[in-house]
Ligand binder design. Structure first.
Ligand SMILES: Nc1ncnc2c1ncn2[C@@H]1O[C@H](COP(=O)(O)OP(=O)(O)OP(=O)(O)O)[C@@H](O)[C@H]1O
Ligand SMILES: N[C@@H](CCO)C(=O)O
Length: 317
């Protein structure tokens, strides 16, 4: 249960007087999520999500919140932050920075088919294109420097096969320069639990708290690595082709991007293998959710290395 900070009805009512959101009808803590305290809030004006930021760097919060406002204004189905009467998105609650955003309808679909993947690909390309006019930037805090630092921390915890794989993958990735690829704002965590569907129709994209500036192709690789995998952690041709096809219909990929695709899928698998290893071996005090299994992304990486030729063949678009 990820309600680290309890808010009483009186505290919330008092906080809401800073907004023109009507009167509080009900609110309820949200169990999912590990980073922040989230509440569903219903007022006489509508349905919202209240977030109290527990441990994220305060300096990066404006990047995420203004990004959601920017993308929502461009028609991306993401939460719209609500400004207070004095025109601020962040207002402290219980001593924590807090914001309130629109609540989106729908629920994640954890068994997506090619049609879901096609909608996600199109939305991701639209997100990348809309981000071009966003005026703020944030370097990726989970980039190659972080990979190396995290690898040093987790290395002693690994068996010799995993150590060899990690060492070799870091060496391999160091041969490539992400800076050569088209870049801009990326979501950076577009897993299935961060996209909502109403029936078969994509209705929302949430959780922008890993968003940053990086290679667009890297974002696509992160997304494919979650949406388009079979039970045995290999890439499913029908789903990946649906996603790549709809993405590149909106933003055609360059020859350099197509050439970099297998490297990028490996980089995306490495990033989440490392974060899951770190969360498993170095849990943060007070953390309340179970760490996700790092071996999943180890297998994804091993398969990508073995199947480079197949990964290239998915570019029929
Ligand atoms: N704007 C929204 N509309 C609808 N549901 C939302 C919205 N924001 C958050 N949620 C719900 O709250 C849950 C937790 O939100 P979120 O994933 O942003 O939290 P977090 O603490 O940042 O979690 P994470 O551990 O995934 O980084 C989501 O799984 C979703 O069910
Ligand atoms: N999507 C991440 C977790 C939090 O962002 C993972 O599955 O490891």
């Amino acid at each position: 249960m990820s309600v680290y900070t309890t808010v009483t009805p009186e505290e919330l009512k008092a906080w809401l007087t800073q907004y023109s959101l009507g009167t509080l009808i009900e609110f309820q803590g949200i169990a999912a999520g590990i980073e922040n305290t989230n509440y569903f809030v219903t007022t006489s004006h509508g349905r919202y999500v209240l977030t109290l930021f527990e441990r994220m760097a305060e300096a990066s919060l404006p990047f995420y919140i203004h990004l959601m406002a920017h993308l929502a204004s461009h028609g991306i189905p993401c939460p719209q932050p609500i400004a207070s009467l004095d025109n601020r998105y962040l207002n402290p609650l219980k001593g924590k920075p807090a914001c309130i955003v629109t609540r989106l309808d729908g629920a994640p679909d954890m068994q997506p088919g090619p049609d879901h993947c096609a909608q996600v690909g199109e939305m991701l390309a639209d997100l990348h294109l809309a981000g071009k006019s966003y005026g703020i930037s944030l370097a990726n805090p989970r980039g190659p420097h972080w990979w190396r630092k995290t690898a040093r921390a987790v290395m002693p915890k690994l068996d010799s096969a995993a150590q060899a794989l990690l060492t070799e993958e870091l060496r391999f990735q160091a041969l490539y320069r992400f800076e050569d690829l088209p870049r801009g704002v990326i979501h950076a965590d577009l897993f299935r639990d961060n996209v909502l569907f109403e029936g078969a129709r994509l209705s929302g994209v949430i959780d922008f708290y890993f968003a940053c500036n990086d290679a667009w192709l890297y974002d696509l690789a992160i997304t494919v690595n979650d949406w388009c995998l079979t039970e045995d952690c290999t890439v499913d041709a029908a789903r990946v082709q649906a996603m790549l096809g709809s993405y590149s219909a909106r933003r055609p990929l360059t020859a350099i991007e197509k050439g970099a695709w297998p490297v990028m899928l490996r980089a995306a698998a490495l990033r989440f293998w490392l974060s899951r290893l770190y969360d498993l071996h170095f849990p943060r005090p007070g953390e309340v959710t179970h760490a996700k299994d790092p071996r999943h992304f180890q297998r994804v990486l091993e398969n990508h290395i073995r199947q480079e030729a197949e990964l290239r063949r998915h570019w029929v678009v």
